[in-house]
Write a new protein. Structure first.
Length: 288
């Protein structure tokens, strides 16, 4: 049975709240010596998230909630309309304000023309594109909507290329009877050189998970995170729980990687792959 769009969004949100515990911890020993419960959700170790508690989202998940609730109230996507909603939300936000948000808010305050997003190369915005499936009648419209959405906060070429790649994979996984890896390999054929290198590096890597993710990079940028996402999807394609646990144990920007992984896995296999207790411990009830 075809996955519901709301279930795909749920998958990304669960991945984000699960990642919160070890998110932005880069010290392997700190993670290994922590008291984190890998079978459930955790309060954050990182001081960046000191306003958050067990079951909450990072600033990535909070922005996905903001966008999803906008989508529920509107029949079509309008970048000018949404950026006003986002701006109002983020101007009073009490969680972490990342560079992309800060710079975009500054540009908006100067009344710069849209798209006035930051030049951030962060991967995180890609994990927030699933709600646009609800507002797109075909793949062309979906890809155009994704590009418009991403540019609002992350207006850099590498992020736009990355978002287009994963949007194509998501569309194919959601609409066609193909595996995630089949779709990744198909979309790679028409991708640029950088994207092809990211994919090939991941598919050819034979290291153990933590070593592999460290070799690709654990930081927030596309350059660090892209190959890690593909590696995890290749190694744990239909094992949602193990993929998210191993992703979180590696540390760094685990939420950005995890949200994309979860988005594609739920699109392919439905919401039954999400551990029930992770959903139950989440401090948000997804609206339909």
């Amino acid at each position: 049975m075809k996955a519901k769009i709301s279930d795909i969004v749920l998958g990304s949100l669960v991945a984000d709240t699960y990642s919160l515990g070890a998110h932005w911890i880069y010290d392997k020993n700190e993670i290994e010596n922590s008291t984190l419960n890998w079978d459930g959700l955790n309060a954050p170790l990182a001081s960046w998230h000191d306003t958050k508690d067990k079951g909450d989202f990072t600033h990535y998940g909070d922005q996905l909630v903001c966008f999803y609730e906008y989508v529920l109230k509107n029949e079509s996507y309008d970048s000018a309309g949404y950026i006003k909603v986002w701006q109002t939300y983020m101007e009073t936000y009490t969680g972490y304000i990342d560079g992309a948000t800060k710079n975009t808010l500054e540009n908006l305050s100067l009344n710069k023309a849209l798209p006035c997003g930051s030049s951030s190369t962060d991967l995180s915005v890609v994990g927030r594109i699933a709600p646009l499936l609800k507002m797109s009648q075909n793949e062309e419209e979906f890809l155009n909507n994704v590009d418009s959405f991403v540019c609002l906060t992350h207006n850099s070429d590498i992020v736009k290329q990355t978002a287009s790649f994963f949007a194509q994979v998501l569309w194919q996984v959601y609409n066609d009877d193909k595996s995630i890896l089949e779709c990744i390999k198909e979309v790679k054929k028409s991708s640029g050189v950088k994207i092809k290198v990211f994919v090939d590096d991941a598919l050819n890597c034979r290291l153990e998970t933590t070593d592999a993710l460290n070799s690709f990079g654990l930081a927030c940028s596309v350059t660090d995170g892209f190959s890690g996402v593909i590696f995890l999807l290749n190694k744990y394609e239909n094992d949602f729980e193990t993929a998210l646990i191993q992703n979180a144990k590696a540390g760094g920007d685990s939420s950005a990687r995890g949200m994309i992984i979860a988005m594609l896995m739920v699109a392919a296999y439905g919401s039954d792959i999400i551990p029930n207790n992770w959903c139950d411990e989440m401090n948000y009830s997804l609206k339909q």
